[in-house]
Design a protein around this ligand. Structure first.
Ligand SMILES: Nc1ncnc2c1ncn2[C@@H]1O[C@H](COP(=O)(O)OP(=O)(O)O)[C@@H](O)[C@H]1O
Ligand SMILES: [Mg+2]
Length: 392
């Protein structure tokens, strides 16, 4: 055997991982590191190299409210199994007492109400979205810093041994699950780096963030503050069971601008799939988009604030227009903004358009102001339809 000495590239990812990455990037703005970490673990799993007897991956997501922590997990489920409802969400603050823990794992036989309880974390629930080809579950524990000791112990067992014992002693296997935990811990420390209110440089960091010109050192500093907060609060045995800790970045103006584009697409999609079976198309002028951005920008609540502004200024008025039949199926609406007003204005530009014309238009009319993140939501990915991730 001759000596080959051919250099290999271990940073290259396979086609499936690559596809997943591009699906996630279409849906999630500004959190590339978090996406990379998920892709790494997914690739490891595809290659059959995950540690046996453990979940596929244990992730800890930290960072500010409204930065996409929950959305990323939903987007992952959408991309892999075609449905964001595949995510099993456990809001840790809701399981403080033992009777609430029973909702998760059921109560022991003989207990009052034993038969009526359907544990939230049974094997059936976990396997609900499994297909022939892809057997993966998504479990999200939100706000783990609020977990009671009892819940914390359950969590440690899942993270370490990939098993959970139910009230009636049945075992649930988590070895095909991706476990995500989120925590707002350290958000205050991270915020104070971005918003120092005293002394020289006050506001400068935040200005950098919202202008999108963030210097790498600042991002590192914020991330370090987050990690330190996690190490202070969580035990080493917990931290050792985490495969990846990711500190999500605060979203600045350029990210919010792209997210507006994505959210408008989603509103349009809602109209196509729900709006009482009479789809219409709307388009926003640049002035209207700018108004939504100015109403929806808030450092503290990130994209959540933007979503609220969209509901209030766009979705509610549209609903009224539908309910009063001022808008009908086949209409083309223009949504504009007059300076000095505190609301958007709505005009009908056309009516009786054929469905395919509307469908074609929707992609273009709801495109973001900048960037190329358009139209993905309107023509939903084909694999969402059959619930399977297909090979190219
Ligand atoms: N990075 C992001 N990319 C795309 N959409 C986002 C992003 N961050 C937030 N959003 C939007 O804002 C909403 C709230 O964000 P969410 O993921 O719930 O925040 P949190 O980080 O508090 O979990 C999401 O449902 C999504 O519509
Ligand atoms: Mg969340």
């Amino acid at each position: 055997m001759g000596r080959l000495n051919k250099q290999l590239d271990p940073t290259q990812t396979g086609i499936e991982a690559e596809k997943l990455e591009s699906e996630l990037r279409k849906r999630i703005v500004g959190q590339d590191e978090a996406i990379d970490q998920i892709i790494n673990i997914y690739q490891t799993n595809l290659a059959g190299m995950s540690s046996p007897g453990r979940p596929i991956g244990n992730f800890l997501f930290m960072g500010p409210t409204g930065s996409g922590k929950t959305r990323l997990v939903e987007a992952l489920a959408e991309s892999l199994v075609g449905d964001s409802r595949a995510v099993i969400k456990i809001d840790c603050a809701e399981f403080q007492h033992s009777h609430e823990i029973a909702k998760l794992i059921g109560s022991p036989p003989g207990y009052l109400g034993h038969r009526e309880t359907h544990p939230l974390l049974s094997q059936e629930v976990l396997n609900q979205y499994h297909t022939e080809r892809l057997k993966v579950s998504f479990v999200l524990f939100d706000e783990i810093e609020k977990a009671s000791d009892a819940l914390w112990n359950l969590l440690l067992g899942i993270l370490d041994k990939a098993t959970l014992t139910l009230g009636d002693n049945r075992r649930v296997d988590f070895s095909r699950a991706l476990i995500f935990m989120t925590s707002n811990l350290g958000a205050a420390e991270m915020g104070s780096i971005l918003r120092p209110n005293l002394g020289f440089g006050a506001g400068e960091a935040e200005r950098q963030y919202s202008s999108g010109i963030v210097d790498g050192k600042l991002v590192d500093k914020v991330a370090r503050a987050g990690m330190e907060a996690a190490r202070r609060k969580f035990s080493p045995e917990f931290m050792n069971r985490i495969d990846k800790t990711v500190v999500f970045k605060a979203l600045g103006a350029p990210e919010l601008r792209k997210i507006l584009g994505l959210e408008l697409n989603m509103v349009q999609q809602r109209i196509f799939t729900q709006a009482n079976g009479s789809p219409f198309v709307f388009s926003l002028t640049d002035a209207a988009k700018e108004y939504l951005l100015s109403e929806g920008t808030d450092m503290k609540y990130g994209a959540r604030h933007l979503k609220r502004a969209i509901e209030r200024h766009l979705v509610h008025p549209l609903s009224n227009l539908i309910a009063t039949e001022q808008v009908r199926g086949g209409d083309l609406l223009r949504v504009d903004y007059e300076p000095g007003q505190s609301r958007l204005t709505f005009f009908k530009d056309a009516e009786d358009m054929p469905a395919y014309t509307m469908f074609q238009m929707a992609g273009a009319t709801t495109a973001p102001l900048q960037g190329s993140l358009a139209a993905s939501a309107v023509t939903e990915i084909p694999r969402a339809a059959n619930g399977k991730a297909t090979r190219r």
